[in-house]
Design a protein around this ligand. Structure first.
Ligand SMILES: NC(=O)c1ccc[n+]([C@@H]2O[C@H](COP(=O)([O-])OP(=O)(O)OC[C@H]3O[C@@H](n4cnc5c(N)ncnc54)[C@H](O)[C@@H]3O)[C@@H](O)[C@H]2O)c1
Ligand SMILES: [Zn+2]
Ligand SMILES: [Zn+2]
Length: 679
């Protein structure tokens, strides 16, 4: 079924009871019963979701096995899932039918008087906690029933069902191109392991780490500890089958407590690091393990984090002196992630290829009737995560993006990416600098697009302009697109430096020869920003543009053709009036069939009729620039004066057209944009 057909079908079911299949846990310790149930429409502040995939977490089993004091039966388990919004209840604004979501058992209400949502140090929003614990929705009733008999919700998710209802504040909207059979893992276990490392313990580089329990959660701790730069990671599990994967994900050593002779695991591990380990994690739920983990934390400053959920009635114990001696005992719920805000960012991180979920999926079953097989798999000891596909999603044509290179640079990352451009019908390359945020919950950085000049690729300005010091100082992301499509096998594509490859002129070609591939205007103004906004941690609503030479022309026309879209604009030695120059005329004749048609891409021409909000244009121009007759800054000056458009044109004595000139003034330009972007 096409997506639009699915949306049409959703319109039919909205507001009505849906009969569908679900795996019902009628009572503890019994196999799940796949049967037809009724799912009520969502009420105020609720969302009904058609579930695609659900991975089984140990916490489901813990409840099914009757260990959970809060466990209510009959219920529908499942809380690691992906789905698509079918319909929404009254007042729901953050998601709409068709959105791809991960239901999150830790909600995020974001209300101004929620002391938890407003505090960057916790994710424990209590808004619907009481109802969640009672297996009902916030109005005190359940949306599930079978033949009139109420079935309870579980952890606010209940995703072992073809349809479920959750609170809007539990619904994390993720990238629509995300692989739904994979991303369900981010609904609980893997996110929890990663967050315990990054958020709760903030594991430092060069530290030592012990992880007890190498299920999905423990393995995620290992994977994240490696990413955080730990120097020595030990995995501990009673099941040695887990060691191979633990080592692959970053463990330096693995030990099985049943295979070390008479030694206790504690003595064994203290035999390696005599004062203990900087960080220890319990991912087993066993209170004895929790004690060992605490006592293995480094004397003076070691931290031990409880992740495992202990069975009802079990308590932790240690001698108080263990804490007196400086050890810290802490825990995590869902890795501390603020669900609606941060789960989509984890999805994007996986999609950018910076981390992977693939190794965790050891079993994949199709069809809800296979639900008990996922449980058997988890019990078998062979399984890390068993994903159950509950309904198949129609294939979506996701943008294919790959990372060519990634480097740490000025307190951030610079990445070179390749992707298939639909508008240019070819593979394109771009680079992006993303500064770190000081705090996880700080605002996302705004974006500056830097368009380069003739013959350049995305790389020239990246390495020669000296932008990064300033971008880092202000906390600004910078995107460097290429200057044209390349390798399209168009005759004459590489014949001259002013036309064809390296010289896209930021126009949409209309001539037969070029129109299939040379559509840089739409690429820069639509396709690329859409891709960047969905994949990178940036604020795509807060954007500015600048450029050098032909890129200066690109920046000026992008601003003038999209009133209100950019917060600021600037240019270094821009081509201001291309329809009046030989190289501009040649380019427009080639791409558009006439010079006249080029007027819609000529800044001086566009300024004559521009009637949007007037941003002050900053332009620097060297007086020793060999190309000055093709740039025509005087024409820009004249038209701005005539139409009363603010322009700060600075002639810089004896500077030429090179990157020595660009690097000299880039700081002023970035400051100009940073101010406009509110930095
Ligand atoms: N705090 C949270 O937010 C949160 C989130 C998800 C899961 N959990 C809990 O985390 C724990 C791990 O979840 P999972 O899905 O990875 O479970 P899992 O069953 O896949 O893995 C647990 C692993 O621990 C090992 N183990 C058991 N007892 C052990 C012992 N005494 N010493 C060493 N290893 C031992 C098992 O062999 C297994 O490999 C569970 O208790 C789960 O309920 C907590
Ligand atoms: Zn879980
Ligand atoms: Zn809240």
């Amino acid at each position: 079924m096409e997506k639009s057909d699915l949306l049409a079908q959703f319109k039919q079911t909205a507001g009505k009871v849906i009969k569908c299949r679900a795996a019902v846990a009628w009572e503890p310790k019994k196999p799940l019963d796949v049967c037809e149930i009724e799912v009520q429409p969502p009420k105020k502040g609720e969302v009904r979701i058609k579930i695609f995939a659900n991975a089984l977490c140990h916490t489901d089993i813990y409840t099914l096995d009757g260990h959970d004091p809060e466990g209510l039966f009959p219920c529908i388990l499942g809380h690691e899932a992906t789905g698509i919004v079918e319909s929404v209840g009254e007042g729901v604004t953050s998601v709409q039918p068709g959105d791809i979501v991960i239901p999150c058992y830790t909600p995020e209400c974001r209300e101004h008087d929620c002391v938890f949502c407003q505090n960057p140090n916790t994710n424990l929003c209590p808004k619907i906690r009481a109802f969640q614990g009672k297996g009902v929705m916030p109005d005190g009733t359940s949306r599930f029933s079978k033949d009139g008999k109420t079935i309870y919700h579980f952890m606010g998710c209940s995703s072992f069902s073809e349809y479920t209802v959750v609170a809007e504040i539990s619904c994390a909207k993720i990238n629509p191109y995300a692989d739904v059979n994979k991303m369900c893992l981010l609904g609980c276990g893997i996110s929890t392991g990663w967050g315990a490392v990054f958020n709760n313990c903030k594991v430092k580089p060069n530290s030592t780490v012990v992880v007890f329990g190498l299920g999905a959660v423990g393995l995620a701790v290992v994977q994240a500890a490696k990413e955080a730069g730990a120097r020595f990671i030990v995995g501990v599990d009673l099941n040695s089958n887990k060691f191979e994967l633990a080592k692959k994900l970053g463990a330096h050593e693995c030990v099985n407590p049943t295979q070390i002779g008479d030694k206790s695991i504690k003595d064994y591990l203290l035999g390696i690091e005599k004062w203990g380990y900087d960080y220890t994690f319990d991912c087993t739920g066993n209170v004895k393990v929790m004690r060992d983990a605490l006592e293995l934390a480094h004397r003076g400053f070691g931290e031990s984090c409880i992740i495992g959920v202990a069975a009802a009635g079990h308590e932790i114990a240690t001698r108080p002196f263990q804490l007196v001696a400086g050890r810290v005992w802490k825990g995590t719920a869902f890795g501390g992630w603020k669900s609606r805000t941060e789960v989509p960012q984890l999805v994007a991180k996986v999609m950018r290829g910076e981390t992977t979920l693939d190794p965790y999926i050891s079993h994949f079953f199709k069809g809800i009737e296979k639900v008990n097989e996922t449980i058997d798999a988890l019990h078998s000891g062979e399984c890390i995560r068993a994903v159950l596909q509950i309904s198949e999603r129609e294939p979506v044509e996701a943008p294919k993006v790959t990372t060519v290179s990634s480097h740490r640079h000025f307190n951030g990352y610079v990445k070179r990416m390749k992707h298939f451009s639909k508008v240019n019908n070819c593979e394109m390359q771009f680079s992006i600098y993303i500064p770190d945020r000081k705090g996880r919950t700080d605002k996302l950085p705004p974006v500056l697009y830097y368009l380069s000049g003739l013959t350049c690729t995305d790389e020239n300005a990246l390495v020669k302009s000296g932008y990064a010091y300033f971008a880092s100082k202000y906390g600004l992301a910078v995107v460097f697109p290429d200057t044209s499509p390349r390798g399209c096998n168009i005759e004459g594509e590489t014949d001259t430096w002013t036309f064809g490859a390296g010289a896209g002129w930021y126009v949409n070609a209309t001539t037969d020869k070029w129109k299939k591939n040379y559509n840089m205007y739409t690429y820069i103004n639509e396709e690329l920003p859409e891709l960047i906004n969905s994949l990178f941690p940036v604020d795509g609503t807060n954007v500015s543009i600048m450029g050098h030479s032909m890129g200066g022309h690109g920046a000026l026309i992008s601003y003038l053709k999209n009133p209100g879209k950019f917060k600021s604009v600037s240019a270094l030695a821009p081509i201001c009036n291309p329809t009046e120059t030989e190289m501009g005329k040649k380019a427009f004749e080639g791409y558009l069939g006439s010079v006249e048609a080029g007027k819609q891409y000529d800044a001086v021409e566009l300024l004559k009729t521009y009637n949007g909000p007037k941003l002050p244009i900053l332009v620097d121009q060297g007086t020793a620039d060999n190309f000055i007759k093709d740039l025509k800054p005087e024409a820009l000056d004249e038209v701005c004066a005539k139409v009363n458009h603010p322009l700060k044109l600075r002639y810089q004595p004896n500077y030429d057209h090179s990157y020595f000139f660009v690097a000299t003034f880039i700081g002023d330009h970035i400051e100009h944009h940073a101010k406009a972007l509110g930095l």
